[in-house]
Design a protein around this ligand. Sequence first.
Ligand SMILES: N=C(N)NCCCC(=O)O
Ligand SMILES: [Zn+2]
Ligand SMILES: [Zn+2]
Length: 317
Amino acid sequence: MTDHIGPPDASILPRYSGIATFARLPMLDQAPAADIAVLGAPFDTGVSYRPGARFGPASVRAGSRLLRPYNPGLDVSPFQEKQVVDAGDIGLNPYNIGAAIETLQHEAQQFGARGTKLVTVGGDHTIALPLLRAAAAKHGPVALLHFDAHLDTWDTYFGEPYTHGTPFRRAVEEGVLDTEAVCHVGTRGPLYGRKDLDEDERLGFGIITSADVLRRGVDEVSDALRARIGNRPLYVSIDIDVLDPAHAPGTGTPEAGGMTSRELLEILRGLRGTKLVGADVVEVAPAYDHAEITAIAAAHVTYDLVSLLALCGDADG
Ligand SMILES: N=C(N)NCCCC(=O)O
Ligand SMILES: [Zn+2]
Ligand SMILES: [Zn+2]
């Protein structure tokens, strides 16, 4: 348990030194095996508005260098409990969305076959579909908590079915989600029409809006989510635009009226005890960021997801 390779001692090698891996963790090839990997998926060909999330993984790594090894929010030292590594970036074809989806699904399944759980850093939200396919290939249809300003259950954009606004409709159609336990959290902002909500409900999704989080508070929200998920294998997908633009300006489709980073982190910590099998953090676009606000928020969210995975038992493989 304590012989895992962790970050170098920050009192010997200052945090701002060296090439940035996530939380200064070893790279995949520096550890004999990995229980948990942070994987970069630099891809933004699926976006409908501002591009730039292809640079998300590099910015989240840079924003993660101050993370320390003990997480008091969850009372765990994740890098001691489990061998956690940075698995680098997957090379994804920027000119062919279908090929990129296929590549990422294949790579994610390889990690799953080796018993490595992934927290994937995007990239735009298109990448959730291949990651959910890989999770379902291993665990069967998974429960989903989707933190986002947007529903991302639209049908097509410009006639195209694979975009960052459509992954969860495709996932339901493909049967990779357990539709008894799928929920959006943090949604807000104008829609194309009332039918967006009707169709989303028909697909099986529950919704806890950003305003609901404000009114109900984080503990009640976490309790409700845990009750909905139960003991099912759970995938958590976090679009950083779930945060208010004040907390995450560096993203492609910002919407006013979002959650604070404190609320998001507390809701995540309330998911302790669920059977998390994988997660992603997407839509960080550093060209619109300031003072690493978004990168730091995404790094902390990623760290809490790694911590939740480190707290899960090994029994589920
Ligand atoms: N940021 C994500 N994933 N989706 C936003 C799609 C919103 C739109 O184009 O209307
Ligand atoms: Zn979004
Ligand atoms: Zn999204």
